[in-house]
Design a protein around this ligand. Structure first.
Ligand code: FAD
Length: 459
């Protein structure tokens, strides 16, 4: 790979037009970081508005060996959307943000990648439909970024993750060639499933320029219930019991006392953990399901069980849940934010062993997350100026990884590999598979220019 010359930067700017490019040093600095990881500032940022411009940029860059980093809203937390080294071209898809079509008869939407997730949800709702994927960053993250990371979300326990809604894609290979994958139908089994391969590929295989997304019927009503517990393990046991029962909640989130305190939640006396649960569907059935869950929570020793009075109260509870991640910085200015996932029955053991590891290493630890999926956000906090504390936090993370794998889990349920978890990939995936993944990468991107350094460990 090479660094762009002044001449190549000018050529690239010409492809998208001066108004759609940034090259002044001070404008480039914000593109060196995502929501958590810092990398290097790019040499140029381009904001294509048309698919053809993406094709032209990639063809130009692959002919000259220039590294290209695709970017949505940069809410990712693993360094996927930032250059690892100076000299890259960042290709921001945020201005390709048209909702091309909502097809209510066939139940799909066709959209450009820069559409913000919440904007699609609102448009679907206006047509009486529902786009279920809802990462906690849905108000800012793009559907292109969601597909590239296979984002999960609060409602994944019932509705699944982004992958389950991507019927087809337009994607540009690093050579500049456009491919159209997938279908507009409910079923489709022709050929290898490149759609599913591209979803979750973190911008390393192709640049997504259009998405065909399945829409679901909008549920008639939604009810929210909160249940507080005297301990995290006890709340974890209640999750296991609920998920073994006959009611499938739409969302099932678990929060520990520290995460509740940072969002200033009102807590029942003695509360150390809270479950936040949504049921949705036909009105009477939802009412019956919530009553069943209420009884179950009481049987499982909940200190207090409350059903939200109205939509406003329910929204307040969910807003608090969504704001935990940034609010944690009130406690310490840095955190390792892991998104490990275990089989649901192992959640109580995970919580107990994570607490032990944090105590043993004398670090603060905050846990919350999508308990209905076994996906717990384990945050290990540290002060960046305290080298000793940082080392103890790192050690805790390594222990959390070991525990997760021992429990039959995975090291990332949603955020992916990026730069941050390249080495951790070796702990979970065997060398034969890693080699196969390298060959897949080479087949899509022989010049190796697309999001270099991401998603795979160095040789
Ligand atoms: C407060 C907060 C809450 C979050 N909650 C969740 C959550 O509940 N669930 C969850 O899964 N994640 C969550 N995340 C992580 C993040 O929001 C998701 O990964 C999201 O999908 C990233 O979307 P983005 O548009 O910001 O993409 P970016 O961060 O810009 O990019 C992410 C990756 O996708 C690639 N990419 C982006 N667009 C394209 C494209 N068009 N073509 C090819 N590659 C592309 C980038 O190169 C990068 O590798 C959260 C983050 C924050 C800060």
């Amino acid at each position: 790979m090479s660094a762009p010359t002044r001449g190549s930067l000018l050529d690239l700017v010409q492809i998208v037009g001066r108004d759609n490019a940034l090259s002044a040093r001070e404008d480039l600095v914000p593109f060196a970081a995502d929501a958590k990881v810092e990398g290097a500032a790019p040499a140029l940022v381009l904001f294509p508005r048309e698919e053809q411009q993406v094709c032209d940029v990639l063809r130009y860059c692959s002919q000259r060996g220039l590294p290209v980093v695709p970017r949505g809203a940069a809410t990712g937390t693993i360094g996927g959307a930032i250059p690892e080294f100076p000299g890259a071209v960042v290709l921001s898809l945020e201005r390709m943000n048209r909702i091309v079509e909502i097809n209510a008869r066939d139940g799909y939407a066709e959209v450009e990648p820069g559409v913000v997730c919440d904007a699609l949800k609102a448009e679907a709702r206006a047509h009486g439909l529902f786009y279920p994927p809802d990462p906690a960053s849905a108000d800012t993250s793009t559907v292109g970024g969601n597909a590239s990371t296979n984002a999960g979300g609060l409602r994944a326990v019932k509705y699944g993750v982004t992958r389950d809604y991507v019927l087809g894609l337009h994607a540009v290979l690093s050579s500049g060639e456009l491919i159209r994958t997938g279908v507009r139908t409910r079923k489709g089994v022709m050929g290898y499933d490149l759609t599913r391969l591209l979803v979750g590929s973190e911008g390393t295989l192709a640049v997504i320029t259009r998405l065909i997304l399945r829409l679901a019927p909008a549920p008639e009503s939604v009810l929210t219930l909160s249940a507080s517990f005297a301990g995290m393990e006890q709340a974890g046991e209640a999750v296991v019991a609920l998920m073994q029962g006959r009611v499938l909640p739409a969302a099932l989130e678990l929060m520990d006392r520290a995460s509740l305190e940072v969002v200033q939640a009102e807590l029942a006396p003695g509360c150390e953990a809270l479950l936040l649960i949504d049921c949705d569907g036909e009105t009477q059935q939802v009412q019956r399901e919530i009553e069943q869950i209420e009884r179950l929570m009481q049987e499982r020793g909940a200190l207090q069980v409350e059903v939200a009075r109205d939509q406003a109260q329910s929204e307040r509870l969910w807003k608090a849940r969504r704001s935990i991640s940034p609010a944690i910085y009130k406690i310490k200015s840095r955190k390792f934010a892991e998104d490990v996932t275990v089989p649901i029955s192992r959640i109580p053991e995970l919580l107990r062993r994570v607490a032990d590891a944090a105590a043993q290493n004398r670090v603060l630890n905050v846990n919350y997350g999508h308990a209905g999926d076994g996906n717990i956000h384990v945050n290990v906090l540290f002060d960046p100026d305290d080298q000793d504390e940082r080392a103890r936090a790192e050690q805790t993370v390594q222990q959390v990884f070991r525990i997760t794998l021992e429990l039959g889990g995975t090291l990332s349920g949603e955020h992916g590999v990026g730069l941050a978890k390249r080495e951790a990939l070796r702990l979970e995936i065997d060398p034969t598979q890693i080699e196969l993944q390298r060959r897949i990468k080479a087949a899509f991107d022989p010049a190796g220019i697309l999001n270099p350094g991401k998603g795979l460990p160095p040789r």
